[in-house]
Ligand binder design. Structure first.
Ligand SMILES: NC(=O)C1=CN([C@@H]2O[C@H](COP(=O)(O)OP(=O)(O)OC[C@H]3O[C@@H](n4cnc5c(N)ncnc54)[C@H](OP(=O)(O)O)[C@@H]3O)[C@@H](O)[C@H]2O)C=CC1
Ligand SMILES: CC(C)(CO)C(=O)C(=O)O
Length: 292
């Protein structure tokens, strides 16, 4: 196959995960320009890798939505879900733009893309934390891209530089698995201000976690009878593997930021309302977080 010219991406959300993605894209020869609301100097940032690879400096050009002359053909969305509409709606996208959504939750780009756009969902189990100037890459784990179709030509070259990146024909299953873990772990750790592992230690919290998972499994089975259900063991495995971690939602609550609850448990509630499936515990955690 002839070598393809790697695309140039516009990146919305040069935070922790967006910066790591930008580093991998750059390593694979792709271009990356960051979109910010206001004109700004280029981003000068540092990635700190946990595996002994040391640090990497990254300088990314920055522009504003108004300054982009041509319609955007490649867009990577990696902001937190509540800011997606504000970030994406001012952008002029090409009718056939390719858009990669690297976010937790589901549905944040609904109704925001042109009809002919190709939306590729990305699910990552990597973890990055720190500050806007210093991104600590805590774990580089599996990441899946997919949209139900075949991988685009540029994917193979990117996968050579993005550790554990795979194209999957079953992206929805990966998304739903991550969604159930986030639906159970994130709101409970946020509301009770505990690390993820506490959901395994505390009997009451564990019962709440199991109830959220049960409701989510019921709903997902109503959406797709092939959903395997029985997600509790895998959610417990995530809580165990990240026992000492502060979940992203707990961190958002601690710093008084808007949480991603709408795209996680809120998405489950929306689907439940559509199908007539009640999710009382999910509703309860949503209400508790909305009231904060
Ligand atoms: N961090 C991680 O390890 C993981 C994160 N995720 C998911 O990835 C997504 C991003 O998370 P994370 O990287 O941690 O978040 P961060 O808060 O680190 O980064 C979000 C970035 O989005 C920018 N942003 C917000 N609003 C706009 C806007 N209107 N226009 C342009 N940029 C904007 C912010 O800029 P500013 O600071 O200037 O507001 C910030 O740089 C979330 O959905 C999260 O759940 C998934 C797996 C792992
Ligand atoms: C897997 C988990 C729960 C790890 O903390 C996460 O994705 C998050 O905090 O958003």
């Amino acid at each position: 196959m002839p070598e393809v010219q790697p695309p140039h991406w516009v990146l919305v959300g040069a935070g922790h995960i967006g910066t790591l993605a930008a580093a991998y894209l750059r390593a694979a020869g792709h271009g990356v320009t960051v979109i910010r609301r206001a004109a700004a100097a280029p981003i000068d940032t540092t990635l700190i890798f946990a595996d002994g690879r040391g640090t990497q400096r990254l300088r990314l050009p920055v522009t504003t939505p108004e300054s982009i002359a041509k319609p955007i053909t490649y867009l990577l969305v990696a902001c937190k879900t509540p800011y997606t509409e504000a970030a994406v709606s001012p952008l002029r996208l090409a009718d056939t733009a390719t858009v990669v959504r690297l976010q937790n939750g589901i549905g944040s780009l609904d109704n925001l893309l042109p009809g002919g756009a190709r939306l590729i969902d990305a699910v990552t189990t990597s973890a990055v934390k720190g500050t806007p100037e210093r991104h600590e890459v805590v774990a580089e784990n599996a990441t899946w891209f997919g949209d139900g179709g075949a991988a685009p030509q540029w994917f193979e070259g990117l996968a050579r530089h993005w550790p554990h990146l795979e194209w999957t024909g079953a992206i929805r299953q990966r998304q739903w698995q991550k969604l159930v873990a986030n639906a159970a772990i994130n709101p409970l750790t946020a509301l009770h201000d505990v690390p993820n592992g506490q959901l395994l230690e505390d009997e009451t919290l564990h019962a709440r976690m199991a109830a959220i998972v049960r409701e989510a499994d019921n709903l997902l089975t109503a959406l797709d009878s092939d959903w395997p259900g029985d997600s509790l063991a895998s959610v417990e495995a995530v809580a165990r593997a990240t026992a000492g971690n502060t979940s992203s939602m707990r961190a958002d609550v601690q710093r008084g930021a808007t949480t991603e609850i709408d795209a996680i448990n809120g998405w489950l509630l929306e689907q439940g309302a559509r199908l007539g499936v009640d999710l009382p515990i999910n509703r309860e955690v949503c209400s508790a977080l909305w009231e904060r």
